[in-house]
Structure formats: C-alpha cells, structure tokens
Design a protein. Structure first.
Length: 139
C-alpha cells in the first residue's frame, strides 16, 4: 500500500474517519473498509504511473503517498454518502491532475523510469512466407 490508515489519520480526526467508515455503528474505525479504499486508490495510481514506472512501486515517494491519501479520502466520502468538502474535492482533482502529468512525462516521481519496450515486431523475415501463390496453386 502506498499509504496507511495512520497517514489518513494524520489528515483527519478519528471521529471523522469513524463517520466515513463505520456503516455498522460500532463506534470504531472499520479498518477493512479503509484498507479496501486505500487499495482502490493505489490501483488508480498504478493505472496512471504504470505508463512510466514499474508498478507497484517497491518504495513509494512522498508524493505518491500524498496522492493515495487524497484519493482514498475522496472515495471514503463518496461511498459514505456524506457531502464531500471542497478541500477534499480539490485535493482529489489535484491528485488526478498530477497523475496525468506523471503519465505524460511532464512531472516525475524522482525515481528511475522504466521505459516501455518498443514494439519489436516479428523476427520472421518478410520473404519467409509459408503459403505463397506458387506453392498453393495445385491445391
């Protein structure tokens, strides 16, 4: 995971996290639900940065952790049905914008990129045809 529940708790209060995750009214953070939302956020990140980097990242830079937190928080609000605060919407939109920039190559994570392998094509020469007009004529 690119972020942990503790990273989310550093941004919002435990009470807020309980409100966003505790559908059963147990009065506690539903860690399984929060971890599921973090996994969704991380897969979104991988979709974008996978164009330039080998994913999942073995060690996520701070920027990736921040993006993961922003996306996870937005998704927690979205799934809870509560109104999404403007601050969370803006952070989410910025995170997606940054991911698009990383995918385009106009922003970097500060780690070595894994260049995509160019289409190698076929190793079979063009004049090495199995079926030609000549050898198919009598069939």
């Amino acid at each position: 995971m690119y972020c942990a529940i503790s990273d989310i708790q550093a941004v919002i209060t435990d009470e807020e996290l309980i409100n966003l995750s505790d559908d059963e009214d147990t009065g506690a953070i539903n860690t399984a639900r929060v971890e599921a939302v973090i996994a969704q956020a991380d897969s979104t990140i991988d979709v974008y940065i996978g164009v330039r980097y080998s994913v999942p990242l073995s060690q996520a830079p701070e920027a990736v952790k921040t993006i993961s937190v922003s996306i996870a928080l937005y998704r927690l609000y979205e799934r809870s049905g509560l109104a999404i605060p403007e601050k969370r919407k803006n952070a989410y939109e910025y995170a997606l914008s940054l991911l698009k920039d990383i995918a385009r190559g106009t922003a970097t994570l500060g780690i070595d990129e894994v260049k995509p392998i160019a289409n190698a094509g076929s190793n079979k020469p063009a004049n090495d045809r199995v079926f030609t007009r000549k050898n198919m004529r009598d069939l």
